[in-house]
Design a protein around this ligand. Structure first.
Ligand SMILES: Cc1cc2nc3c(=O)[nH]c(=O)nc-3n(C[C@H](O)[C@H](O)[C@H](O)COP(=O)(O)OP(=O)(O)OC[C@H]3O[C@@H](n4cnc5c(N)ncnc54)[C@H](O)[C@@H]3O)c2cc1C
Ligand code: SF4
Length: 498
């Protein structure tokens, strides 16, 4: 099994250790639960981890998992479920976990989540489920992600069947464009209702940003491979190196007998800094750099590397650069640490690994010689007016320019949707160039075309993409069966960020 390797590294031995009964713990008073501190997972030491791409964070063992599960207050109106983009049955699986019904707990989680091994590792929990956990109001929220991960690891360590039974084929077929979490989730739910799908993926690898964006030290590749093995097991066909719009058009897919199409092409166009010198040799945009490294290219950026940005992509670039041989890596960020959109855990790991962040600074010009970058001219910033959400605008401080010598500069400020070349069919786009879809059904302006994930939301998260893929699958099934697409479904209340 693909997952076994990852679990062995996370401490299979510890997962299998027996533990004292938990009957007493089941009858704990809320005060006792409140007194249990949040459990901390073991991690690889910084000096060891920067030499390789091994997974940094280990899972809980049975003792720490149950201790952590005992911190949950089993709220009657659990806020964590609202915060989770997939609306997982969080208190329910936590209760089963602390009763040591690990297999049942796993399947409770799987009722809503098609990719728990992925989500438990990469979800920005502090902004999603854990960000809404009531315990976070006065202290640390329950470590929901680590508990979900424990269930997956336990199933692997105990050699349990993690595959949902496949359904009998129903005859109609669906084309899915893009193999990221949106496409994966769409294929998963279609397959389990008996609808055959073919995933077209333009890259030689499958998994979208899970594979070509997120580095392996955060998400081991065995885990992604296991998810695809499960899809193939239920008859999903995956075709790599086929770009829809270039090798085949959407109209051709329809003409070939696909009754519906799901577009989950993500957001793969790097946003430019828009400053002089950006086309010099030595400037490479963040997701282009990560894609090349993740596809196996041996890329050394040189000793001094400057990364621009404050999100997870910038941090992934900086930590990857350290692991591929650069020894002086730092990040330029135009606001302060408090405003960094990256998750706290990522910022902590970054600092531990020795990457410095130059706060309140931005590049203004890239200087070069003979077509190659030599220096980056930067300017100091200060925080100006704040908007309604409290986010303050960075403003340049006059005459504060300074120079940094660098071998490479990697802008990692954001991504946009790279559209399908599509002369025959006009699909409505938003002013951000994302696909416009019905917020409940994910149906585009063309009735047989559905879309979801980053291609609709702009760069967001794996769980949000998986949720939209799942909702699109539900709509596609209704569409194929001639049923009402909206009946019994309600719109999400959450505002999507642009
Ligand atoms: C560096 C990085 C780190 C991230 N870290 C996290 C994290 O820690 N946690 C988290 O939740 N999210 C993270 N994200 C975001 C997350 O990966 C994305 O939100 C998610 O993958 C979006 O899923 P998707 O299926 O919409 O698109 P993608 O995952 O982008 O997949 C789209 C796929 O479509 C393919 N494609 C595009 N055009 C075509 C075409 N014309 N024909 C065929 N195939 C096509 C692409 O090659 C790609 O494989 C990160 C993103 C990046 C870049
Ligand atoms: S909000 Fe927190 S304490 Fe309440 S049920 Fe969810 S995880 Fe448990």
């Amino acid at each position: 099994m693909f997952l076994i390797k990852a679990v062995l590294r996370g401490g299979l031995y510890q997962l299998l250790l027996p533990m004292e009964g938990t009957q007493e713990e089941e009858h704990m008073k809320p005060k006792e639960r409140l007194a249990i501190p949040r459990q901390q997972p073991k991690e690889l030491k910084p000096e060891e981890r920067i030499t390789n791409f091994d997974e940094v964070t280990f899972g809980f063992n049975e003792e720490t998992a149950i201790k952590e599960a005992n911190r949950c207050l089993q709220c009657k109106k659990p806020k964590c479920r609202d915060g989770c983009p997939i609306h997982n049955y969080i208190p329910e699986f936590i209760r089963l976990l602390r009763e040591k019904k690990f297999e049942e707990a796993y399947w409770k989680d799987r009722e809503t989540n098609s990719i728990p091994a992925v989500c438990s590792r990469v979800c920005p929990h502090e902004f999603q489920c854990e960000g809404s956990c009531i315990r976070g109001k006065k202290g640390d929220p329950v470590a929901i992600g680590m508990l979900e991960r424990y269930l997956v690891d336990w199933m692997v360590a105990n050699n349990k069947n993690m595959l949902k039974p496949c359904a009998m084929p129903k005859g109609k077929k669906v084309a899915i464009v893009g193999s990221g979490p949106a496409g994966m989730a769409c294929a998963f739910y279609l397959a389990h209702e008996g609808y055959h799908s073919t995933i077209y993926e333009s890259l030689p690898a499958f998994g979208g940003m899970l594979t070509v964006g997120i580095p392996a030290y955060r998400l081991p590749r065995d885990i992604i491979n296991a998810e695809f093995a499960a899809l193939v097991n239920c008859g999903v066909e995956i075709l790599n190196n086929v770009t829809i719009g270039k090798d085949k058009t959407l109209q051709q897919l329809k003409d070939e007998g696909f009754s519906a199409v799901f577009i989950g092409i993500g957001a793969h166009a790097s946003r430019k800094l828009g400053i002089e010198g950006e086309d010099l040799k030595g400037v490479m945009h963040g997701i282009d750099y990560l894609r090349r490294v993740n596809l196996g290219e041996a890329l050394n950026l040189g000793r001094n590397v400057v990364v621009v940005g404050g999100g997870n992509v910038a941090i992934d670039v900086a930590r990857t650069a350290l692991r591929t041989g650069s020894d002086k890596v730092f990040i330029l960020y135009r606001r302060t640490k408090k405003e960094m959109p990256a998750s706290q855990a990522e910022i902590h790991h970054l600092e531990e690994e020795g990457v410095k962040v130059e706060f309140l600074a931005a590049p203004v010009k890239i200087h070069g010689k003979n077509g190659k970058l030599t220096k980056i001219e930067c300017i100091r910033m200060k925080l100006g007016e704040c908007d309604a959400s409290g986010r303050c605008r960075p403003v340049p401080v006059a005459d504060s320019n300074f120079m940094i010598e660098a071998d490479a500069i990697i802008p990692a400020i954001s991504q946009d949707v790279q559209h399908i070349e599509n002369p025959q069919i006009e699909i409505e786009l938003s002013r951000w160039s994302t696909f416009v879809v019905d917020e409940v059904t994910m149906q585009s302006s063309v009735d047989w075309i559905f879309a979801g994930g980053d291609a609709v939301l702009g760069p967001q998260t794996a769980a949000k993409a998986a949720y939209q893929g799942k909702e699109a699958a539900e709509s596609i099934i209704r569409y194929l069966e001639g049923r009402d697409l909206t009946e019994g479904r309600v719109p999400e209340v959450e505002e999507t960020e642009k």
